[in-house]
Ligand binder design. Structure first.
Ligand code: FES
Length: 158
């Protein structure tokens, strides 16, 4: 992990002004911000842990919790909620066998909910690995999960 973090820091330079970019790349690499990685950033860039923690908790794009390879997000904002978002969450929970906010045991999927991402006209909205899927129905949830699993299987076979 140390080598990976050092490479990321080298990419931008060890100036404090580059902290956000460095943290974003670490998040992209691990899907969360591992504690040892943050310690390394602090050591190499000379930025205090409290400053790093502040950044890590201020931006919702960052997670301090280990997350799955794939992130499934269901919008639970009002517009999506009234159009059936709770049923989508239930369907994800059933298929993935994990409660919202949790990660599957095999670390493949994290199921999250969010409050309005500003695309209310598309509601109910599901976001899988950053890709928006609007007007979703429960039956489509299993298709989304299958598609991700199929792509992974293909990737593994390649
Ligand atoms: S309520 Fe879901 S995008 Fe706004």
């Amino acid at each position: 992990m140390q080598r990976t973090v050092d490479k990321i820091i080298d990419r931008y330079g060890a100036e404090e002004a580059e902290l956000l970019a460095v943290l974003m790349d670490i998040q992209a690499e691990y899907n969360y911000l591992p504690r040892p990685a943050l310690e390394r950033v602090s050591e190499v860039m000379g930025v205090s842990r409290s400053r790093i923690n502040y950044m890590a908790t201020f931006f919702s794009a960052f997670s301090l919790e280990e997350r799955g390879k794939h992130i499934c997000t269901v919008c639970m904002g009002t517009a999506c909620h009234v159009r059936g978002a709770p049923m989508l969450v239930e369907e994800f929970e059933r298929i993935l066998e994990v409660k919202a906010g949790g990660t599957t045991e095999d670390m493949q999927f994290t199921l999250e909910t969010v409050n309005c991402v500003g695309a209310c006209a598309l509601g109910p909205l599901v976001i899988v690995d950053g890709e928006y899927h609007g007007n979703q129905k429960s039956a489509q949830v299993s298709r989304l999960v299958k598609k991700v699993r199929k792509a992974d299987a293909k990737e593994g076979a390649a």
